[in-house]
Design a protein around this ligand. Sequence first.
Ligand code: FPP
Length: 261
Amino acid sequence: MVVESVSQDVARLELEKIPQHVAIIMDGNGRWAQERGLSRQAGHRAGTENIRRVIETFARYEVPVLTLFAFSTENWSRPRGEVNHLIRLIGRYIDRELKALHENGVRFRHLGRLDPLSPALRRRVEDAVELTKNNDRITVNVAFNYGGRQEILDAVRRIVEDGVPPERIDEELFSSYLYTAGLPDGDLVIRTAGEMRLSNFLLWQCYYAEYYVTPVYWPDFGTEEIEQALLAYSQRQRRFGGVVDEEGTRRNHRRGRGPTP
Ligand code: FPP
């Protein structure tokens, strides 16, 4: 795929492969704010402001699924004021952005457990999911109160509750019990702000994802950064544990996968 670059720095971006699912750990709001003498809350507000342009840029590059890690099950251990602020932000984000998301063909989904949220906030999230469920330009999953291990445990509990016989449990069935049911596995995980950590994010889905870490803080992660990440992904050779022969064809006997797309 050759795409006219959205930014001015790269005139034409030659992308051999477009990831089908990009998952982002949006890190560095606090450090962004600290460097400017601002509060951490101001950093999270700036991070939220950034989300619109990020969604739009990935949609223009025809990435069909984008997952944004907004609040982890471990984030409850942050100071009470910061936790409350992050919870309020998700509500405000929906109030402010839902109309534009819907008009721009975004299917909004939530990954995680909604039960600790107030009934009113839960309803806002569920209404946003319902309103946008038939949009098909890009699916945006907001992982809020999300943990990869908890997701796997939730899936196991539901499989047991459904009385699924052990011999029917395979990777496909298991995936259909995850919050991401029906969506492709993660191809590319991007982490901003430099740290090399998975942080309990999409543990099952990103089992063979490519990783891209940038030192740029989340509020500054813009179009040019996205293009760099897509370019890096496009140049990676994915073998899924197999080998690549002289013609560049991926061989993976166990899975019987065809040539690298
Ligand atoms: C990590 O930065 C970021 C978070 C824990 C929250 C990310 C949240 C947003 C971008 C806004 C909320 C999102 C929505 C969809 C409303 P950090 O605070 O850990 O930064 P630091 O490591 O520099 O301290």
